[in-house]
Design a protein around this ligand. Structure first.
Ligand code: HEM
Length: 149
């Protein structure tokens, strides 16, 4: 259960990042050259993938031996590795997903075409930055021993 979830969670980051970048480029272009709806729905795909990632992340949080180990060891806030997994990673990702969800729904409701894409562009850009800095990349201390996929 844990292994399957962890692999899915790890691989899904790339799909999510791909659609986040595609949505930002797409809305950036449409923001400058307003056009009616149509074309690929990158922002919707990114939203769906990120919400799936959120559900897997929450499940992982409850079955992860990493989280359990840190919780049992105690003093989570004093140990930077424990603090990252028990608090920072989950909290920052939830904030990022909230930002992109609000941006998407505000964008959807905007009447003006340029405003619609501008809202999505900035919300997704902020969310993407938060996501990138909160991933335990293998080149980071908190990601030591973890994979790229
Ligand atoms: C955009 C959202 C997210 C992305 C891109 C993401 C990405 C990642 C990555 C790449 C790993 C390392 C996987 C590996 O070592 O193979 C990881 C680990 C983890 N993530 Fe996330 N994550 C996200 C959201 C969340 C959320 C919202 C939670 C919890 C509420 C969460 C909980 C965890 C936990 C507990 C681990 C460590 C699991 C373990 O080692 O047993 N993640 N995440």
């Amino acid at each position: 259960m844990h292994t399957g979830l962890l692999h899915t969670h790890s691989a899904l980051r790339w799909l999510g990042l791909f659609f986040m970048v595609a949505a930002i480029i797409d809305s950036g272009v449409r923001m400058k050259r307003p056009m009616k709806e149509g074309g690929p729905k990158f922002s919707l795909f990114a939203l769906i993938i990120m919400h799936t990632q959120l559900i897997i992340g929450v499940l992982l949080y409850f079955v992860s031996p990493t989280i359990k180990g840190f919780m049992e060891a105690g003093d989570v806030m004093k140990n930077s590795l424990a603090r990252f997994y028990v608090v920072e990673h989950a909290a920052m990702m939830i904030v990022a997903i909230a930002v992109l969800t609000v941006g998407y729904s505000k964008g959807k409701r905007a009447i003006d075409e340029a405003a619609k894409h501008r809202k999505i562009f900035f919300a997704y850009l902020i969310a993407l930055i938060i996501i990138i800095v909160s991933i335990p990349w293998p080149i980071r201390e908190v990601g030591a021993g973890r994979g790229w996929f």
